[in-house]
Structure formats: C-alpha cells, structure tokens
Write a protein that binds this ligand. Structure first.
Ligand SMILES: [Zn+2]
Ligand SMILES: [Zn+2]
Length: 311
C-alpha cells in the first residue's frame, strides 16, 4: 500500500484528554516531551503546582486500571523559559514491556527502520524514524482529577489477542462485533461489553480488553476515513445519512476484525449501511488486486472511489 498524502489524524477530544501522542521510539523506551502549549493545562491539572528546572515529581500512570510509577521532570532550556517538561519511565521495566507488547506494530517497524538507517548512516548517526500515518499508533493521556495521577489509554492499530478470545468474538458474529466497536455512546458500549462478559466466563477480562482497545483505534480510523471521503460510501458514492445528529460512518473490515483484530485503515472500507448489510448477508470477500467484492451468488461490487487501498 502506498501513502503519498499527508494524512493527519483527526483531532478528536475524548473525555479529559490532555494530549494524544503518536508512538515513537522514545515513547516505547523512556517517555515523552510535553508540548509547550499544554504546560498551562498541566499546571491546572496538578492543582497549580508548577515545576522549576531540576524539579522532579513522582507521578502515577494508570494503564488499564494498573498503576505504573513515572516521573514528571523539568529541564532548563538554555535560551530560557518555557523549560522542557517530560514524562519519564526509563527505569520502569514493567511499563516499557507493556508498551512494547501492545504497540508491537510500531515497535517492529521502528526496529527495522533503525537497523536500516544504522547500516546506511553508520554506528554513530542520530537515528530518526517515524511510523507512517496509515498505521500510526497512539497513547491518550487523560486527567483523573487527582494531581499527578493520570490515565494513559493505549491505542494500538492491531490488538494481539489469544486464540480463545478470537474464537469467542468470532462465535458472536462479525457484524455484531463490528456494530459494538462502532458504538459511539460510552454507556451503550459498556452495556454491550458487560453483556458479552456475562456469557464468556473464561477470559472475559481479556475479551473486554480486546473490545476496548479495538474500539479506540477504530473510532479514530473511522473518522479519518469519513473526512477523507466526505462521508461517502466507497461502493455507491452515496453520502451517508445523518442519524441522531451525527453522520452514519460505517466501516467494514476486509479481514474480519474478530480474527485479525486489525483496525488499520488498510483493512477498512467506508460503506453505507445498505452496502454494509449486503456485504455480510451474502458473504462477500474482497480482492485487493481488482479492488472489488465478490460473492458466490451475487454480482461483483467494484470500489467506485478509492484513496487509501490501491497499490
Ligand atoms: Zn462489516
Ligand atoms: Zn453504498
């Protein structure tokens, strides 16, 4: 897949969001630098406490409800304030392992890219590699209301689930799971997750986690595709209808999400609800070469408009 457009990810504010940070090498290894325009907001969140150069504060990062220790540090900028603020967890091996395991797509890409650059530029060169936008992953840093306590939501493009989890979700049906992942209301989503947890006594925490993680990324990917195509179905070119105040943004997974857990836009097609229902009712499969869906009984449906799937 090629990517020659500069696709910027839509800025969607979720509850108490301080910032959405794209996963890069330093985020996987040591932490992140806080942009200057967020400094003031952070002081607010921390009950007015403003760090001065050389100050360090212990902070807690809640990842999936699990607390991880980190530091908020302030480093003097040679040319004067505003100084550099960073969240750092260099020595927190456990957190680094969670980040590396969750963001395995970014980690693999960055590792290969860094090896290539090292071969090309020599052992002492400064290596700068960035994950391409079409599978960029994120952490969402959110306030808890308690100073120096923050939520950190991980937003991986492909969730690594066990076979039991995949089987459980596949048994519930691909269209059903896709609809739950596309659910915009937090309450209704929580209701669905609880319902699924009740019928999956084993590994239900893992099933709920897979659903949460997939929904976070899909929510971003869906809005990105909505913007790219002006909320128009890629099959019929019809604009989606408004429903309860928002555009109907339906995405269909080319490789089923229940087994691939892949929410990268390269695995998504933006379709109208009618075409989405049709694709599932007649078991259409997608051919990436001809960019068309084919069903054993039905006609071939060719993609009418494409900006992100073609090679
Ligand atoms: Zn679908
Ligand atoms: Zn359509």
């Amino acid at each position: 897949m090629t990517c020659d457009t500069d696709w910027s990810w839509p800025q969607i504010a979720t509850l108490n969001l301080i910032m959405r940070k794209r996963v890069d090498w330093s985020l996987l290894r040591s932490g992140w630098t806080i942009p200057v325009d967020i400094h003031e907001r952070l002081v607010d969140e921390n009950d007015g406490v403003e760090l001065q150069p050389k100050d360090k504060r212990h902070v807690v990062l809640l990842v999936d409800g699990h607390p991880f220790d980190a530091m908020l540090t302030c480093i003097r900028r040679p040319q004067g304030p505003p100084h550099i603020l960073q969240i750092r967890y260099d020595t927190n091996q456990e957190l680094r392992q969670v980040l590396e395991a969750t963001f395995w797509t970014s980690r693999k890409y960055l590792q290969l890219e860094r090896e290539r650059l090292r071969r090309e530029l020599g052992p002492n060169a400064k290596l700068y590699a960035e994950v391409p936008p079409h599978f960029a992953e994120f952490v969402e840093w959110r306030a808890t209301g308690i100073p120096f306590y923050y939520h950190v939501d991980l937003v991986p493009c492909r969730f690594r689930a066990s076979d039991i989890v995949k089987q459980t979700l596949a048994n519930l049906g691909e269209p059903h799971i896709e609809a739950i992942l596309a659910e915009e209301s937090e309450n209704r989503f929580a209701y669905w997750v609880a319902a699924i947890e009740r019928i999956t006594p084993e590994d239900n925490a893992e099933v709920a986690r897979a659903l949460r993680y997939c929904r976070r990324y899909l929510g971003l990917a869906q809005r990105l595709l909505g913007q790219m195509y002006g909320h128009t179905c890629q099959l019929c070119g019809r604009q989606a209808q408004y429903s309860a105040g928002s555009m109907v943004n339906t995405t269909h997974h080319i490789d089923p999400v229940t087994t691939s857990m892949d929410n990268r836009i390269s695995n998504l097609v933006l379709v109208c609800p009618t075409h989405h229902a049709m694709l599932h009712a007649h078991n259409f499969t997608f051919d990436r070469t001809s960019l068309s869906f084919a069903s054993p009984k039905m006609c071939v449906l060719k993609i009418a408009m494409d900006k992100h799937l073609g090679s």
